[in-house]
Every structure is written in structure tokens, then in C-alpha cells.
Design a protein around this ligand. Structure first.
Ligand SMILES: Nc1ncnc2c1ncn2[C@@H]1O[C@H](COP(=O)(O)OP(=O)(O)OP(=O)(O)O)[C@@H](O)[C@H]1O
Ligand SMILES: [Mg+2]
Length: 360
């Protein structure tokens, strides 16, 4: 395995710039996701690491080697594509063995490596099938088997789960994580699904328009988003943004307050240390473990809050919503940059806060 160092990397297609001065250092054995909206440059960056695309400026290092113009086959990097790109006329065992057959490796070693990968991925009984005879999840496993069979220095995956249905996606992502831990793999995982990135990654690189917005651990990205873009892209439902003056005097319209729906709950009595807002309940949306409440504020804007138990809430009723002050992010309204929180987090929430978290 190896570290991956992306240093001051820019890339243009002709005159169109796609990646801008990216600096991302991925440690040996780390799981990093590239996360961002469609067209932000995730696949391009992945292909640059793999050597399938040339970078315009900067340097990419694998371990202590600068890649320069090293061709893909000499980088010892494996890539799993979104559509898996299996050979339709080859049986599973030959699809998995393919990268080894390219390298004149002894037949005995090839058999051993294929058996190892097949066992790791639960493919032992499927080795003689053709790809057309497999389910989507099984095909995905074969693609991963083909990627790891030659012990690559790093495993790159471009939206590998996006063709699977929701429950299979969740199962497969657990398998990928298990495999990564078991083998100590360095993994770069491209996704536009923020939840997938959150649960899988040691760190997430959030990209927008080819510019790195933040590179940090999942909970840091969630709790301390670098800017409004990251704050909106991470977390579902989206963060609420309120005008600065609603903080009660200390802030003006040059600031925005960011409040996550999961931190904003209805209360009978707002305890000390909270930011409270009043509004009228517009819509109740039960979503299983929590219920979302759409609440119209005096200025006509809607905020989304959550409660554990929807019983007793009726559209039209007046509500007081509260959020602990340390859970309120402050953003500069002009630049969108996060400048801090309304209060410093203390180690322990008060009993009032705990009661509030349960909507009491
Ligand atoms: N061969 C190419 N020539 C010109 N422009 C390209 C080429 N390939 C990609 N682009 C452009 O580069 C930008 C980044 O594309 P890229 O495929 O990296 O995005 P992405 O983040 O992977 O998006 P998605 O989530 O849709 O896969 C896009 O604006 C795209 O139109
Ligand atoms: Mg892509």
C-alpha cells in the first residue's frame, strides 16, 4: 500500500479549467472520499491519479515516487468503474484473473490469488459464471476482486455503488469498508452521496467547481463545515440558514446562522444557553426514526426542525423551536465562509439541554 500526494494539481481540457490547485495528502491505509455535485471534477481527479488523464500543472506522488508521465499500468493502482467494465465473454474467474494474466505470472500463483480474492468476497461458487448470469451486487464484487487481485498500491473507485438498489448499496458499502480495514488498503472513493462518504471515510475531500472546499474527518465536515456550500451539501435534510439578527443583537445582516434540522427541536420552555425561534407549524413529515417539522417564521421563511414523536403536533399550531447555541454555525453572508459558532461547546450538555434533545 502507499500514500497518495496531490500537490498543487490543476487540469484543463483545452482551455476549460476543470481542477484548480488541489492539495490533498492521503495517508497509507487511509479511506478518502471525493465528494461533490455532478461535474465538479471527481472522476477527472481520480483518472489523473490513475494516469488515465494528464495533469496540466502540479505533481501526483504515489508513496515516495513522483508519477510524472508514468503510464497507468506502471502505477500499480487499481480502478473500479461505475459500470464495473467486466468482460462479458469471460467467466468470473478469468475476469478476476485478468490483471495477472497481463503480467506473465505463473499459473499456480494466478490460481492462488483468484482463490484468495474469491474467498474474501464470497464469490467461490460463482467462478464459472458469465457476468450476464450475475446480480448487480455480484458483478460489483467481481469488479472489486479484479481490482485487488494483484495487491495494488491503492484502490480507486468511481461511484462503484450507484447502480445498486438502496439496501444493496448499504450492504456493499459495509463490505467495502470491511475489506479496506482487513487488507489495510489505501482507498479513494468517488461519490456524490454525502451519507456514503460520511459512513465510509476516514476523511472527505469536498469539491465544488474543481476547487477543494474542505478536507477533513466526516464529523468535522458535518459540525464545522468550511463554508455554506459544504454546510448545504453535507447532512440531510439541508441545514437551515437564518438572518444574523435572529441571534439576538450580537450579529447583523452581514452574518448568517446555520442550524441543522436535527439540532432544532420544539420545546415548551427554552432553557438557558439556547437560541429560540417562534413560528407556525406548516407541515409534519414522519420519516421513521424522526419526524420533520416545517415551521414558518414571522418573516415568512420556512425552517425544518425535528421531533421524536409527532403525536400531538398539528399544522397551524404555534411552536417554540430551540437549538443549543454551540450548535449554531455563523457564516459570513458575503463570502459564505464559516467564522465560528454562537457559543463554544462545553464538554457536557446541561440537563436542560438533554431534556430539550428529547423535545421536553
Ligand atoms: N474529455 C473531456 N473534455 C472536456 N471536458 C470534460 C471532459 N471530461 C470531463 N469534462 C468536464 O470536466 C468537468 C468535470 O467532469 P468530471 O467527469 O470529473 O465530473 P464528476 O465530478 O465526476 O461528475 P459526475 O458526478 O457527474 O460523474 C465537467 O464539467 C465535464 O463536463
Ligand atoms: Mg464522475
Amino acid at each position: 500500500m502507499a500514500s497518495i500526494s496531490i500537490r498543487n494539481v490543476s487540469k484543463s481540457y483545452g482551455r476549460t479549467p476543470v481542477l484548480h490547485r488541489l492539495e490533498i495528502d492521503i495517508a497509507d491505509g487511509e479511506f478518502v472520499s471525493f465528494l461533490g455535485p455532478s461535474g465538479c471534477g471527481k472522476s477527472t481527479l481520480l483518472f489523473c491519479i490513475a494516469g488515465l488523464e494528464e495533469i496540466t500543472v502540479g505533481e501526483i506522488r504515489l508513496g515516495d515516487r513522483a508519477m510524472g508521465r508514468t503510464p497507468p499500468r506502471d502505477r500499480n493502482i487499481a480502478l473500479v468503474f461505475q459500470d464495473y467494465a467486466l468482460y462479458p465473454h469471460m467467466r468470473v474467474r478469468d475476469n478476476i484473473a485478468f490483471p495477472l494474466l497481463q503480467q506473465s505470472i505463473a499459473a499456480e500463483t494466478v490460481r492462488g490469488q483468484v482463490a484468495w480474492a474469491a474467498e474474501l468476497l464470497g464469490l467461490e461458487t460463482l467462478l464459472d459464471r458469465l457476468p450476464a448470469e450475475l446480480s448487480g451486487g455480484q458483478r460489483q464484487r467481481v469488479a472489486v476482486g479484479r481490482a485487488i487481485v494483484r495487491n495494488p498500491a491503492a484502490l480507486l473507485m468511481d461511484e462503484p455503488l450507484s447502480n445498486l438498489d438502496a439496501s444493496l448499496r448499504v450492504r456493499m458499502r459495509t463490505e467495502i469498508k470491511r475489506l479496506q480495514k482487513e487488507l489495510g488498503l489505501t482507498v479513494v472513493f468517488v461519490t456524490h452521496d454525502q451519507e456514503e462518504a460520511m459512513v465510509l471515510s476516514d476523511r472527505i475531500a469536498v469539491l465544488d467547481g474543481g476547487v477543494l472546499q474542505q478536507f477533513a474527518e466526516p464529523m468535522t465536515v458535518y459540525r464545522e463545515p468550511a463554508n455554506q456550500f459544504v454546510a448545504s451539501f453535507i447532512g440531510s435534510p439541508q441545514m437551515n440558514f437564518l438572518p444574523g439578527p435572529m441571534a439576538g443583537g450580537a450579529l447583523d445582516d452581514r452574518s448568517l446562522l446555520g442550524v441543522r434540522p436535527h439540532d432544532l427541536v420544539p420545546v415548551h420552555r427554552a432553557p438557558d444557553g439556547v437560541l429560540a425561534v417562534e413560528g407556525t407549524l406548516a407541515l409534519v413529515e414522519p420519516a421513521g426514526p424522526v419526524t420533520y417539522l416545517d415551521v414558518a417564521l414571522a418573516d415568512g421563511s420556512l425552517v425544518k426542525a425535528t421531533c421524536a414523536d409527532p403525536r400531538g403536533h398539528q399544522p397551524g399550531e404555534r411552536l417554540t423551536l430551540a437549538v443549543p447555541r454551540h450548535r449554531v454555525s455563523i457564516f459570513d453572508a458575503a463570502s459564505g465562509v464559516r467564522t465560528g459558532a454562537l457559543a463554544v461547546a462545553t464538554g457536557e450538555d446541561s440537563n436542560d439541554m438533554k431534556a430539550m434533545a428529547h423535545g421536553l
